[in-house]
Design a protein around this ligand. Structure first.
Ligand SMILES: [Zn+2]
Length: 87
């Protein structure tokens, strides 16, 4: 894993420790989703540095171990590669 990630609680841009995230703290309608299919979606966690304004979004950790959800992505989405990007 890349240690230069905001997930460590230290901003990779300005070095501040004033980093906050919204994992599990908000009502469902405050969270962002990426639809995979009509009934499946990724949940997006947001990390912000309130010192410099840098922010980064990640898919929720739970979604990364959800094999059914990942299988749906593999079924529905494009596998990204240089070849598909050149289409
Ligand atoms: Zn920062």
């Amino acid at each position: 894993m890349n240690v230069e990630t905001i997930k460590t609680g230290k901003c990779p841009v300005c070095g501040s420790n004033e980093v906050y995230d919204n994992r599990g703290v908000s009502a469902a309608n405050h969270r962002k989703f990426i639809l995979v299919s009509a009934v499946k979606s990724f949940t997006v966690d947001v990390y912000v540095c309130i010192n410099c304004g840098y922010f980064k979004e990640f898919l929720r950790d739970d979604d990364m171990i959800n094999e059914k959800l990942k299988a749906k992505v593999k079924q529905k989405w494009n596998k990204t590669s240089e070849k598909t990007n050149a289409r």
